[in-house]
Ligand binder design. Structure first.
Ligand code: HEM
Length: 502
């Protein structure tokens, strides 16, 4: 280490002597002058041999990496998950193996559409992604603060996100574009109703629930399968900003959610969430008017069981290293948790690691925030920024020289199939009834706020056909909902009723 002459600090009348370290170039050699470039004489040009100058400018110009294509704005925190019982009758997943079992976690909360420096007051679903560093590898539960999603098939995701992101012409988000898309996706009615409640503008990250949205499979040691949905219930309660509060907060501090998280955890006021699961046996999947593997649906009327509690108790030391470089993926599953056949989830299984190879590089799983706490032996080789520590020359399997094998107990569970390879829309779509259930469950004030929020954006739509189609979706969800909304956007109710019949 290079140590320069001691510095004197004068503080509260005391004179302190501190040994300052000397700054270095990238090769570790000490820097003599970090204030003046090397020039040819007092009025001459700067010399190419000024390695310190060149290194600083080069490295500075490469500080940015691509922002996440969705969910770019976020804040993360470390913590732990404690199981509330032994759930081995439902899953062999190790975080649920015994009461009191502790699993370290890292959570990243985020908004979805708006860019990295955007105001946290903008309406959006919010991401709620949890990385469990389990003793059988990392499990990521990558969810949102709302229980359902806009679409049911991954093939529509890029179209949907294009319509919600700023226009490629004006670079401004435009309700004309996203309502044009959603007017063709009746399945979005339920999620749009959620997003336009005040939960689309949460008061803080601490005061949001989290939802896994999709069904997953829970598998036991003896390969018994059940379908489950996950739900994080905030012990802080769930609060959204009312329409007039949004404007007020935005005018004062549009980083309110990140600020709140750093402040509350910094003061030792650790937020907690209870994790609940809903369980369906494979036989029960056929028992509903809707498809339980459709991500636009909740499993209403199925009871929840509490399986543990998470506490967030430490903020990252460095935002970029931990929060920005965190890579969550629904493909990061562990023994006892498998994907269901949900078409949206199946697309997500591919998409996350793919984008992360672009955003962070092929070796992103080696970064400290992403690295499993267990030994990783995968024969991956080389690639940019590889700092693995393989010392063996046997980087293939099987080999007569290395006793490394797969283990049968970790094979995918058998699933019986019938039918044809096909390309067809999901049956039993039931696009409107759960949106109606949600509307009717709201308080008087929440209903009024929902109408105000939704009419604000729908009122900006200039294409009368798009507007009428959207209104007819909400009318079909609930007559009163449709009528009040139509009045609020100054539309013609007879057109809406006509569209709703079609
Ligand atoms: C982030 C794709 C649906 C929750 C992302 C990212 C992609 C993506 C590419 C950026 C990842 C990164 O750069 O690290 C998709 C696709 C979907 C889909 C293709 C549908 C087919 C969903 C759904 C949910 C969700 C249904 C909630 C249940 C999240 C969250 C993040 C995220 C929370 C941010 C993770 C973080 O904090 O780093 N998604 N997504 N996504 N997605 Fe999705």
């Amino acid at each position: 280490m290079h140590v320069s002459k001691s510095l004197l600090f004068i503080s509260m009348g005391l004179t302190l002597s501190v040994q300052a370290e000397t700054i270095t170039r990238d090769n570790g050699a000490a820097v003599g002058d970090n204030q003046n470039s090397i020039t040819a004489g007092s009025n001459g040009s700067v010399l190419l041999q000024d390695v310190q100058l060149i290194q600083k400018l080069q490295r500075f110009a490469r500080e940015r990496i691509p922002e996440r294509v969705v969910h770019p704005r976020g804040a993360g925190a470390h913590g732990e998950f404690v199981a509330s019982g032994d759930f081995s009758e439902l899953t062999r997943a190790t975080p649920f193996a015994q009461k009191g079992k502790v699993t370290p976690v890292f959570v990243r909360f985020s908004s979805v559409i708006h860019s990295k420096g955007s105001p946290e007051t903008l309406r959006d679903p919010r991401g709620f992604a949890t990385k469990f560093y389990t003793d059988e590898g990392n499990w990521d539960l990558v969810g949102n603060n709302l229980p359902v999603f806009f679409i049911r098939d991954a093939i529509k995701f890029p179209d949907m996100v294009h319509s919600l992101k700023p226009s490629p012409v004006t670079n401004i988000q435009d309700p004309n574009r996203f309502f044009d898309f959603f007017s063709h996706e009746a399945g979005s009615t339920h999620m749009l109703t959620w997003v336009y409640t005040n939960l689309g503008t949460p008061k803080s990250y601490r005061e949001m629930d989290g939802w896994g949205v999709h069904a997953y499979k829970w598998v036991t040691e003896d390969n018994k399968v059940n379908y489950v949905k996950f739900h994080w219930q905030s012990q802080q309660g769930v609060k959204g900003l009312r329409p007039e509060e949004v404007a007020e907060v935005q005018g004062k501090n549009f980083n309110h959610m990140t600020d709140d998280l750093y402040r509350e955890i910094g003061q030792g006021n650790f937020p907690k969430w209870d994790l609940y699961v809903k369980v369906l046996s494979p036989k029960q999947l056929g028992d509903f008017d809707y498809n339980p593997l459709d991500a636009t649906k909740m499993w209403l009327d199925i009871p929840e069981t509490k399986v543990g509690t998470m506490t967030l108790n430490r903020m990252p030391d460095n935002f970029f290293l931990e929060t920005e470089q965190a890579a969550f993926s629904p493909a990061n599953l562990i023994a006892g948790i498998e994907p269901s056949e949900d078409r949206l989830l199946q697309g997500r299984i591919f998409s996350y690691a793919d984008t992360q190879m672009y955003r962070l590089g092929a070796n992103h799983s080696m970064l400290p925030i992403n690295r499993a706490k267990t030994k990783v032996i995968n024969h991956n080789q080389e690639g940019a920024a590889n700092y693995g520590n393989t010392r063996s020359d046997i980087n293939y399997q099987p080999s007569a020289h290395l006793d490394l094998a797969e283990d049968e107990q970790y094979k995918a569970v058998n699933t019986q199939l019938t039918g044809y390879v096909q390309q067809k829309a999901m049956t039993k779509q039931d696009n409107f009834s759960q949106a109606g259930v949600l509307y009717r469950s709201l308080s008087k004030q929440d209903k009024t706020d929902l109408i105000t929020n939704l009419a604000g954006d729908l009122g900006k739509v200039s294409d009368i056909n798009v507007k009428t189609q959207m209104l007819s979706h909400f009318y079909r969800a609930d007559k009163e909902f449709g009528q009040r909304l139509t009045k609020a956007v100054d539309g013609n109710l007879s057109d809406v009723k006509q569209s709703a019949k079609m």
